[in-house]
Design a protein around this ligand. Structure first.
Ligand SMILES: NC(=O)c1ccc[n+]([C@@H]2O[C@H](COP(=O)([O-])OP(=O)(O)OC[C@H]3O[C@@H](n4cnc5c(N)ncnc54)[C@H](O)[C@@H]3O)[C@@H](O)[C@H]2O)c1
Length: 211
């Protein structure tokens, strides 16, 4: 199971690198470029490519970036530009919408939604009231939402998003939301990550005898 996850994670990383290389105007890539970019050996990259059952190029001539992105999209069930919406456009939601680098990584924030929209748009991205969410999601075939509402609204909004047909939620609220049969949740908690980092450092310092 673990190796499967590692393989899938590597495919996602390859895709991100390939999109970046494409945006720089490159057409070919070598296994060593991909390996260096994600910190693995070129031979593991080539192994992955053969596991993907692809003949998109060769070790000496390089691999065609466009073809690789297309094949990775079909294997991962994604498209080159992934449309997402942001729910809750306060401090965090707006900061994410303003972060233009997401687009270069293939993440396209198409709209924001808020129970009380204070701006009609942020960075050219429209902010709509929650009442139009279901129509928008259906019409634009949106599958993933980024949840930035207050903790008290997290569970209710999760259910609402599920009813709208959303299949994946990146959850920034402190409430740990659970997956269901039709909904995948990725909980993000920066505090937890920082605490974990401090724990690792203190564990390490105990091992090597630093106080
Ligand atoms: N995961 C992390 O590491 C991390 C970091 C920062 C903030 N957060 C969390 O992100 C969330 C947002 O934080 P913030 O600072 O942007 O808060 P905020 O108060 O600035 O923004 C919240 C926004 O949600 C809107 N809202 C409230 N109820 C709603 C509902 N039912 N439907 C749609 N919109 C609704 C509000 O109108 C507001 O615009 C909070 O839950 C916060 O705890 C998490």
């Amino acid at each position: 199971m673990k190796s499967n996850n590692d393989y899938t994670t590597r495919l996602i990383k390859y895709k991100r690198i390939l999109i970046q290389l494409k945006s720089l105007g490159l057409e070919k890539v070598f296994s060593s470029n991909l390996g260096d970019a994600i910190g693995i050996t070129p031979s593991l990259v080539r192994k992955d490519l053969s596991r993907m059952n692809l003949s998109l190029g060769n070790r000496k001539g390089g691999y065609n970036i466009n073809d690789m992105i297309e094949s990775l999209n079909s294997i991962l069930g994604t498209s080159e530009l992934q449309d997402v919406v942001v729910i809750g456009c306060g401090n965090l939601g707006k900061a994410l919408i303003k972060h233009e680098a997401f687009y270069k990584e293939g993440i396209n924030i198409t709209a924001g939604f808020d129970i009380n929209p204070r701006d009609a748009e942020v960075n050219g991205i429209p902010i709509y009231p929650m009442e139009v969410l279901i129509n928008y999601v259906t019409q634009h075939k949106i599958r993933v939402a980024v949840l930035c509402v207050p903790a008290g609204a997290a569970s209710h909004t999760r259910d609402l998003l599920s009813e709208c047909g959303i299949q994946g939620i990146l959850n920034f609220t402190p409430v740990e939301l659970k997956n269901s049969e039709y909904l995948r949740i990725q909980n993000v908690n920066i505090c937890l990550e920082i605490e974990n980092l401090f724990f690792q450092i203190s564990e390490k310092s105990q091992t090597i005898g630093i106080s």
